[in-house]
Design a protein around this ligand. Structure first.
Ligand code: ATP
Ligand SMILES: Cc1cn([C@H]2C[C@H](O)[C@@H](COP(=O)(O)O)O2)c(=O)[nH]c1=O
Length: 210
């Protein structure tokens, strides 16, 4: 599978917990739908029945950091095989709430996983394949934590992490974005939702509809 040869497009949304990406995904999908794009909306970890079972473990069961990284990639392998590759091959677009950039940010940046082990897993599971475009929602972890708290849901294993964990995750995301500036659109997630939606629409228009 190759991003360059796939007729569909693969878009991902990334950021620390509470940055606001989920709130914008539906709007982005509606924007694409209005332009006649057939698409699938999905998420990681998850996106398949097995992936959703792995998500339950990953978000709620304590485990070794390498187990965590390998389960993220196991769920991703299934996601690629069952959802992402078939959709792209059929010409549909795929919009995913997170992909491998999240593993780099959370497991390498946040938890301290050896970057070489991340690179080996990435090269095994999706060699020569990356999203066509990634929206990175960049936000001060203090603001993100306040948003998560005000949303009122019971926090999962990641959302219970301390502020310094999210500082490291945020920094790792920005390193990853700086390494592939042609793929990333970094969004100032402190802006009002309407401004962010306008930025996403303008970026999609410029990248795919001009
Ligand atoms: N631009 C914004 N300004 C202020 N509040 C926002 C903004 N975007 C989202 N929120 C609010 O912040 C909370 C978290 O938003 P959302 O669930 O979209 O974040 P997320 O990045 O998907 O988080 P998670 O990864 O934990 O699911 C929600 O209560 C949402 O209404
Ligand atoms: C794909 C992926 C995800 N995570 C973490 C990041 C979040 O805290 C949760 C997913 O929940 P959300 O509803 O998307 O916020 O999982 C991770 O640590 N590594 C990954 O590869």
């Amino acid at each position: 599978m190759s991003g360059a040869s796939a007729p569909g497009r693969f878009l991902t949304f990334e950021g620390i917990d509470g940055a606001g990406k989920s709130s914008q995904i539906a709007g982005a999908c509606a924007w694409l739908d209005a332009r006649g794009i057939s698409l699938e909306q999905t998420r990681e970890p998850g996106g398949t029945p097995l992936g959703e079972q792995l998500r339950g473990l990953l978000l709620h069961e304590a485990m070794h950091i390498e187990t965590e990284a390998m389960l993220m990639f196991a769920a991703r392998r299934e996601h690629l095989a069952q959802r992402i590759a078939p959709a792209l091959t059929a010409g549909r677009w795929v919009v995913s709430d997170r992909f491998s950039d999240a593993t780099y940010a959370y497991q390498v940046g946040g938890r301290g996983l050896d970057a070489a082990k991340f690179a080996a897993l990435e090269a095994w599971v999706h060699p020569d394949f990356q999203p066509d475009l990634t929206f990175l929602f960049d936000l001060d972890p203090a603001i993100a934590a306040a948003r998560v708290a005000s949303a009122g849901a019971a926090p999962d294993r990641f959302e219970r992490e301390q502020r310094d964990f999210f500082e490291r995750v945020r920094a790792a995301y920005l390193v990853r974005a700086a390494a592939a500036p042609e793929r990333f659109c970094v969004i100032d997630a402190s802006r009002p939702p309407a401004d962010i939606a306008a930025k996403i629409g303008a970026t999609l228009a410029e990248r795919f509809f001009t």
